[in-house]
Design a protein around this ligand. Sequence first.
Ligand code: PGA
Length: 258
Amino acid sequence: MEIIIKETYEEMCKVAAQTVARTLNSKPNAVLGLPTGSTPEGLYKELIRMHKDEGLDFSQVTTFNLDEYVGLPQNHDQSYHYFMRERLFKHLNIPPQNIYIPSGTTDNYEAFCQWYEQRIVECGGIDLQVLGIGTDGHIGFNEPTSSLGSRTRIKTLSEQTIEDNARFFKRPEDVPVYAITMGVGTILEAGKIILLANGDQKAQAVADAIEGPVTCICTASALQLHRDTTFFLDREATGLLKMIEYYEWIQAKRPGAP
Ligand code: PGA
């Protein structure tokens, strides 16, 4: 695992965007796995800027989103379809037929989940998976006790996640209780994974993910089993890391490494 610490959220997003850009420059038809939420907003802004100012090309890219609320139609302003369209897709040149987001309104979830997994494989697998992390340590909506081998399926959201996400809804009772999410096993099959986390409310989850045991209680800890994961953290999110000086030592020595 690599741990990159930046002083601010903006700097963190910039370096994470450079990783995405490097992936696209080396493989213009890369398959990206994408998250929603507050965390990736700065990353998406930077990618849009790179597309507009620097010609970063998305014309051959395919994307798979991590998750979607069950029951929200695509045009609902809190659906992840809406979020992705407004915050990213309408500003880039990804062909619409290359964009995959789990359906929150299918009448056959089991068949849909199988189809989604199959499409990922048919598209060659995810080259770069971008993740956020929940305050309960979730990746996607893989809440505590999710199997670390899980695949795309329906999950019941934890009370903590519902509370965290209530800020986006008019009333807390409007937050959907179920979501469709890629599994931890699905995520671990990506070629490269980057996880972004900012703010002191994420410090515990970040410490559990990086320094805790591998456990289904913090599904982000499963990333310890992945051979190419990078954590991009702002200073506030590092508050509970015990080995912070070690990570900074490694970071400082990196440019001269053979
Ligand atoms: P956030 O959500 O980016 O809105 O904090 C992260 C997550 O739940 O994965």
